[in-house]
Design a protein around this ligand. Sequence first.
Ligand code: SF4
Length: 431
Amino acid sequence: MVVHSDVVCPFCGCLCDDLEVTVEGDEIVGVKNACAISRSKFMNHGENRLQEPAIDGKKASLEKAIEEAAGILADAKRPLVYGLSSTDCGAIGRAVELAEVLGGVVDNTSSVCHGPTILALQQVGESKTTLGEVKNRADLVVFWGSNPTESHLRHLIRYSAMPKGMYVPEGRKGRYIVAVDVRTTRMERVADEFVKVDQGGDFELLLVLRAAVRGVKIKAESVSGVPRETIMELVRRMKGAKMGIIFFGLGLTQSDGRHMNIDAAVGLVTELNHHTKFLLTPMRGHYNVAGANSVTTWQTGYPYAVDFARGYPRYNPGEYTSVDLLAKEEADAAIVIASDPAATFPAEAVRHLAKIPVVTLDQKVTPTTMLSRVAIPVATAGVEAEGTAYRMDGVALRLSKVVEPEDGLLSDEAVLEAIIERVRALKGEVG
Ligand code: SF4
């Protein structure tokens, strides 16, 4: 029996790095410190596996599957490389390389989650911090459009609400927790204050909060359904905090206003920094979506929606984003890595995905593997393969390999390397 300690959880953007995984032979028999989702990922990592490489649903050798995948991608005029937020940084780097070799588009799942956050932060900058600083210093924590009790189960316990920090020795009692959302969630029971805002009213409320922080008198009885007294009390608390932080989720990035909501949140935080220390951090969902943005930026200068059709990287969300490329029926082939767009994209994008040849690298059977021309099973990063991932705050952590993968299973990175080599050969390039 082997006990692996300080294992990083490869599920959500918290990347909890204190797991203890017990392995007997090649089987995981116990996981400590994990939340229910994480425990399930480790304990059931062998279930619903993609059993073997397949071409048109028929079993094929790995070599044949790679050859077929390379042929599909090399023949395509507008290939799309998509996914990448649930794999390690090495694979993401290879995926960007593949897009460049193909003259295709590389995009990651942030185009359908925190893409608006990135657009806003590129315009107005950000005032960011690490989760360690939050744990040690934050005495006012605001969750806006985010419900960690369902999405990031240990966030409150490990980083933001419960833990005792160096300058917050009382733990939960030393922090004031506010949740802002359009509907009541479980955060109502966890937070000290739950502020219910009208659907589509976030932008207006953020602007009014900023104005109030600046000293502007609010004449309206309520703004976006929030009474003036509640707004003024929140402003008092924000200005009086030793260190405050806003964690925001898809409730802010994917509602009316989108990137303008984040722009307004940054404006509020900027204003608050005239009075105290205030920061904001996006609640990144998939465990390495922050890594997908970082690696794509190192290699191309841009975080997602990058087109290599002209031989150099161009960036244009709304044009080179996957949903747009598919819905406009531009992409004529796709390779999907560690993602399931067939289950998550809008219907018109999925309809086109089902019409074009798709290559998928995944560990599990998914709707996307089921519609794929070529499906290649891979080792699970963070369980069966090592790698690096970026936490929601941009801190890089090392993923562990706690069990050996099944015979013949390669990592995403190794399969992508093999595909790149074959694509280069088919295009007459030297690798
Ligand atoms: S909160 Fe997220 S990273 Fe932490 S153990 Fe749960 S799923 Fe894993």
